[in-house]
Write a protein that binds this ligand. Structure first.
Ligand SMILES: Nc1ncnc2c1ncn2[C@@H]1O[C@H](COP(=O)(O)OP(=O)(O)OP(=O)(O)O)[C@@H](O)[C@H]1O
Ligand SMILES: [Mg+2]
Length: 349
């Protein structure tokens, strides 16, 4: 069991800044997910926690102890990678046992530990096989068992599910969450998949360009985004972000007029697809025509054009209309967000 603290942690290579002044308190037993686009510094931050990469600034503490001078192998963290990294010539049993041998765990304890870890990921019947005789999902579970087997203080997982097909990813995701809750091992998990982040995390750390944008529970980052980057990154389909201006007539943008919106100047209005409804004539905020309609069974996605921008609404699953039909839409303004268009920061007034 362990807490992890990052104080002003930075990493640069010459002029290249990978991670910039990251402050973060990860609680004991917490499942933390680093989420952000490619190159935002997720893996680098994780590797610094593991001790595989030395920070160029700041401090990292595990359970209150500064680990800057502690070797990777003495940090008691276990990593799981996207690539499984199993030894092809060893059986699954030997692969899972490997970390115990490396750490000189007494031999008579090893067998029970291997079987316990294998059972936890439901590989108990496949221990004699070689990795090449397993499916992708089974290999990933073997990699997980190898991390579980020595009961480390911390799990670090870097996109562990991204090699799996969509369906398998869903079931592995649920298993992973279940196992983490049972073991209560502090976990840092890296992904660029926002659904994975939302479903797994106690708290999500959203990063962009080496900097933390927001730290919060899935509900926090969805319902109360700190800036336009977070607003646009969380949610599927993403939040509609409409650049416009606020004047004495309220908010205005192409095909869009909303009276009574407070503020002034260049403002981007953010509205989620589920907070837009088809409106009666004269009670709408948007007048446009249907650009496309995408029924998916449980919902229908309706797209209209505002100037040269598309706006997506999630409407009733039975909604059907032809393309090019005129349509009026209304926003749930209680659930709309305002952002300063120049800085991207949230405007809360
Ligand atoms: N050894 C290195 N030398 C120079 N720059 C590096 C090095 N390693 C990483 N970087 C840069 O640091 C930034 C952060 O990289 P990192 O691997 O942490 O990104 P990431 O968020 O994990 O991205 P991805 O989702 O693609 O894995 C990137 O711009 C990357 O090019
Ligand atoms: Mg990475």
């Amino acid at each position: 069991m362990a807490s992890i603290t990052l104080r002003g942690v930075s990493k640069s290579w010459g002029d290249v800044v990978g991670v910039s002044a990251v402050d973060l308190d990860i609680r004991d037993k917490e499942f933390i997910v680093f989420l952000g686009p490619s190159g935002c510094g997720k893996t680098t931050t994780m590797r610094m926690i593991a001790g595989l990469e030395e920070q160029t600034g700041g401090n990292i503490l595990i359970d209150g102890q500064d680990v800057t001078d502690v070797d990777a192998r003495d940090r008691d963290v276990a990593m799981v990678f996207q690539s499984y990294a199993l030894y092809p010539n060893m059986s699954i049993y030997e692969n899972i046992r490997f970390p115990l041998r490396m750490r000189n765990v007494p031999r008579q304890k090893q067998d029970a530990m291997v079987r316990e870890a294998a059972n936890m990921v439901e590989l108990g019947d496949l221990l004699e096989r070689k990795p090449k005789a397993l499916s992708g999902g089974q290999r990933q579970r073997a990699a997980l068992a190898r991390a579980i087997v020595r009961h480390p203080q911390v799990f670090l997982m870097d996109e562990p599910l991204s090699n799996l097909d969509a369906k398998l990813r869903l079931s592995m995701r649920a298993q992973l969450k279940h196992i983490q809750r049972r073991l209560e091992t502090t976990t840092v998990y890296v992904t660029h998949d926002q659904i994975e982040a939302m479903t797994l995390a106690d708290r999500i750390v959203i990063m962009n360009k080496g900097k933390i944008q927001q730290i919060g529970t899935p509900d926090d980052v969805y319902n109360d985004p700190a800036n336009v980057f977070v607003a646009g990154f969380i949610g599927s389909p993403p939040m509609n972000l409409i650049p416009g201006t606020i004047g004495k007539n309220g908010f205005e943008a192409p095909a869009t007029k909303i009276k009574g919106v407070k503020g002034s100047g260049n403002v981007t209005l953010g509205v989620r697809p589920e907070d837009i409804t088809v409106a009666k004539k004269g009670q709408s905020h948007i007048k446009s025509t249907i650009y496309s309609l995408e029924p998916t069974g449980d919902q229908t996605l309706l797209t209209v054009k505002l100037g040269n921008q598309l706006l997506v609404a999630r409407v009733d699953r039975s909604f059907r209309q032809q393309i090019d039909t005129p349509i009026e839409l209304a926003f749930d303004l209680e659930r709309a967000f305002k952002f300063d268009t120049a800085s991207g920061e949230r405007i809360r007034s």
